[in-house]
Structure formats: C-alpha cells, structure tokens
Ligand binder design. Structure first.
Ligand SMILES: Cc1ncc(COP(=O)(O)O)c(C=O)c1O
Length: 334
C-alpha cells in the first residue's frame, strides 16, 4: 500500500527514524537501564521493537496498558507507575500472576491497602520529587514501606517522576534541578530499601547516574515540545492529512482538534504554517511559492505525542511513500 492511499487523518511513523531513536536510546541506556514507558505509544507492536532493542522491562500508566502488554506476551516485568484504588482493576492485575510480573506504585495507606486486599504482590513506593502530582512526602516513605510489608507486599524500591523538569531548556539548570530531585528520591530509598530506583523520562534520560532505571517513552516517536531540547532523537511520528479546500491565502486539510493532543500547542506543518485548528480541520498557509491543490497530502508534526497517539486506532509504519506495516494502537482505554 502507498501512503497516498491511506484514509486520512492517519498516524504515520517513519520506520528509519523510529529504528534510529530506539538504537540511540538502547546504546545510552541498554537493557534494564531503561524501562520504556508504553503510555507514549500505546502499541504492543512498538513495544516489541523496544524488546528487540534489548529492553525486557516496561512502564505502564493504566491497568489497560498492563493487561494489553501481558496479553501480547510482554509481561516479564511491568511497572504500573500510577496509583490505583479500583479493586476490580487491581484484582485483574493480581490475577495476571504468575504468568506476568506486575509491580504497582503506591503513595498512601489507601493505595497500599487496596493493593494488598486485591492480591497484588509487589509495589514501589512512589515519592514526590517536586512534580505536584502523585508521590508521598519523603518523610512518609519509611512508614508506608513498613505498612506495605506488614500487609504482605514485597517492596521492590522507590520511584519518583520529575515531570516538571522534562523540558528545561538550559541544560546546566536542568542537570542541577534533576540532581536535587534525585537527592529526595535517594533519601527515600535509603529508608525504604529494595533494588529498584526508578525515575526520569525522555527529557532527562541522560542526566541520571544514581537510579537503576529510567522510564522514558516519548523518545521513540518524539514531538515538537521535546524537539526544542535538541535531544538526539528524530521526529518519527507525523499525522498525514489531505488538503480538502484551497483559497488564495490558505489551504484546509482534514486533521483537526480530534486528531491531535493540543495541550502543548498547535502541531506544525511541513512546508507551511498552521493558522489554527477546528474540530475536523487544520487551516494552513503554504510556504511562499508552494502551490497546493485539493487532494494533496500534508504532514503535520504533533506538539505532544502521547495524547495524539491515543486519539488514533492505528499507526502506519512507512518508508517514504510506501506503507510497510500497520500497527494497532491496542493499549488505548483505561
Ligand atoms: C510516571 C512517568 N514516568 C515517566 C514519564 C516519561 O515519559 P516521556 O519520556 O514520554 O516524557 C512519564 C510521562 O508522562 C510519566 O508519567
């Protein structure tokens, strides 16, 4: 099949760029030094490529991602790096053992008690390292670990996601802030114990020498938000759209707000400028001298990869004009 024959809007992934991104990360953080986060791509076929690059452990954000990874035979060591109180979901995760190893993040008595009563076996103590989201205070980590152990849970260690530091454009500043955040995580680790110290993401993947693993996800596909850091990962993900209407000063293509995660701003378009998006449309101003006709294809680059991918049912792996494979985005949902 040719890319031009794909119904649009279509998520397309340039095979060579994806391959290069996976290889670059695998050489920087080989094997278990990276626990790839599947939330960024929600695709077991892509996770299999990460396995082929040497990573056997994965991070998930939802119970659905965990279950889908296990069903795909990728359940050797999964971390649900998120708090869950829903007992039916936790029981379903517990039931995946012994075929799969599932570790769940906990940050309170409530999440520990829920995990224990649902039959979950292993947890990480999630520690607040500065992002106002999940994670316990460093001072509470020891007590929570003791409670988890008293409830029969195996405490594998700690995690702390410094999401507020992913895109700090001054690298020295970023390095210093990440070091402070990791000081907090290591203080917690000293009292919690365990083999695992898990942190980090694409924006900080190379700033960690005191953790056992980094949870990066976006590096595989990338977006314009991360591109501003100048990381050695290329833009592999695009949304292909068809020009459906042309006026003298603008053209309209068929990929709108329902095809892009917009929290990091508008996508950019190759060969033009995005004016604005509405539900089903993107209005673009083509570069000077570029003639655009109805039926032409345009490629847009998402500003935020994770929520963009989650809006699409499939991603098409392409080599220029040729579609090599179509992968279901099979980890969507909760
Ligand atoms: C818990 C957690 N770990 C790691 C990441 C890093 O992901 P990325 O590499 O896509 O920034 C995220 C992203 O939101 C996250 O929520």
């Amino acid at each position: 099949m040719r890319v031009h024959d794909l119904p649009t809007p279509a998520l397309v992934v340039e095979a060579a760029l994806l391959k290069a991104n996976l290889a670059t990360m695998a050489s920087a953080r080989p094997g278990a030094a990276l626990r790839p986060h599947v939330k960024a791509h929600k695709c077991t076929a892509l996770a299999r490529e990460q396995l082929a690059a040497g990573h056997r452990t994965f991070t998930c954000a939802t119970a659905r991602e965990v279950a889908g990874m296990v069903a795909a035979g990728l359940g050797e060591d999964l971390l649900l790096a998120n708090e869950v109180l829903d007992l039916s979901r936790l029981r379903a995760l517990a039931d995946l053992a012994p075929a799969a190893r599932v570790t769940v993040a906990v940050d309170s008595e409530a999440t520990i008690d829920a995990a224990a009563s649902a039959g979950v076996r292993e947890v990480l103590i999630d520690v607040d390292v500065g992002l106002p989201r999940c994670g316990c205070a460093v001072d509470d980590a020891a007590e929570l670990a003791a409670r988890a152990r008293s409830r029969g849970l195996h405490v594998r260690g700690v995690m702390g996601y410094e999401g507020h530091l992913m895109v700090v454009t001054d690298r020295d500043d970023q390095r210093a802030q990440v070091a402070e955040a990791m000081d907090r995580l290591l203080l917690a680790h000293a009292v919690v114990g365990g083999d695992v110290v898990s942190a980090g993401g694409t924006g900080t993947y190379d700033l960690h020498d005191r953790v056992t693993e980094v949870q990066a996800g976006s590096y595989a596909l990338m977006d314009t938000h991360y591109a501003q850091l100048g990381l050695p990962f290329g833009q592999a993900l695009f949304v292909e759209a068809t020009v459906i209407s042309v006026r003298e000063r603008w053209a309209v293509a068929d990929a709108g707000l329902k095809a892009f995660g917009m929290d990091h701003g508008n996508p950019t378009v190759l060969g033009g400028r995005v004016l604005y998006l509405s539900d089903e449309h993107v209005t673009i101003v083509p570069d000077e001298g570029r003639a655009v006709r109805p039926g032409d294809r345009v490629r847009l680059v998402p500003a935020h990869v994770d929520p963009t991918v989650a809006l699409h049912e499939r991603m098409h792996v392409v080599d220029g004009a040729e579609v090599l494979e179509s992968w279901p985005v099979d980890l969507r949902g909760w």
